[in-house]
Design a protein around this ligand. Structure first.
Ligand SMILES: C[S@@+](CC[C@H](N)C(=O)[O-])C[C@H]1O[C@@H](n2cnc3c(N)ncnc32)[C@H](O)[C@@H]1O
Length: 249
């Protein structure tokens, strides 16, 4: 009788239920009674991703959708003397009227034609000042240990009026085999850019949503998503951050 009386009060009902169901059943009850969607995990309920290598063996990693679109939008700037981190792969793919296709890397071995073997942050005596129209740093900033030093040097080596086009991973897995330091949001990169590139025209954007971030985390690839799923941006789920910097004339 006392139990029935308590049930007439809503909060008492909730307390009565809470003591009789498991936490998981309680969430299910909330979903049913309040109309929240109930997930069907299928084979997404896993603690290991589908790929340990960003999905490269399946197709094209999700973040490359945003990288390729960014480079495509700035094709007109990838011209003349172009420097790229690691190898001139994107220079050759997106560039035009190229007079130099140089590369820089802290480590030897990945590309036989490497132009400068140096830590970009310590490159004062290695890469000449104001010598490039464009510097490409695709998916690289997050792995540069002295990030402010690297950003300052990147600006030093571009000509007045030249550009830096860079992208950095946010909600994607860490590299794993080497240190991965700076998975920042656009707001974080804006802070660093303001310190390292004062007086420059800077545009920082971020792209992604909870689906593309989940796909990237699980090692699924862009071919498994639709264009509208890839193009939808939710500012809380950046997958890739893009940075454009133009050095003043
Ligand atoms: C993840 S790869 C990114 C570029 C690659 N082409 C891509 O499309 O993903 C990062 C490259 O930056 C190089 N790197 C990391 N820190 C560097 C530094 N401080 N100076 C110069 N190169 C650096 C690494 O050795 C590596 O070859």
């Amino acid at each position: 009788m006392a139990e029935l009386t308590a049930l007439e009060d809503g909060s008492a009902v909730r307390r009565w239920i809470k003591h009789r169901v498991t936490p998981r059943q309680l969430v299910w009850l909330r979903c049913v009674t309040r109309g929240f969607p109930w997930p069907r995990w299928g084979n997404l309920r896993r603690t290991r991703p589908f790929s340990d290598n960003f999905g490269f063996e399946r197709g094209t990693p999700v973040d490359r959708f945003y990288l390729h679109r960014f480079l495509d939008q700035h094709r007109h700037l990838i011209t003349g003397r172009v420097l790229e981190i690691q190898l001139p792969g994107y220079t050759n793919r997106y560039g035009h009227d190229l007079t130099a296709t140089d590369s820089v890397d802290i480590a030897a071995g990945t590309y036989a034609g490497l132009t400068y073997l140096t830590d970009l942050a310590q490159s004062d005596q290695v890469i000449p000042d104001a010598s490039y129209d464009c510097f490409l740093l695709p998916n690289t900033l997050c792995v540069m240990r002295d990030i402010e030093g690297c950003l300052r040097q990147a600006l030093r080596v571009v000509k007045p009026g030249g550009v830096i086009l860079a992208t950095s991973a946010a909600l994607v897995p860490l590299t794993g085999d080497s240190p991965d330091y700076w998975h920042l949001s656009a707001a974080g990169w804006r802070e660093l850019a303001a310190r390292a590139w004062p007086g420059c025209e800077v545009r920082v954007e971020q792209h992604g949503n909870c689906l593309t971030a989940t796909a990237a985390m699980l090692g699924l690839v862009l071919e498994e998503l639709s264009p509208s799923e890839l193009e939808y941006d939710d500012p809380r789920f950046p997958v890739l951050v893009t940075l454009y910097c133009r050095r003043p004339e």
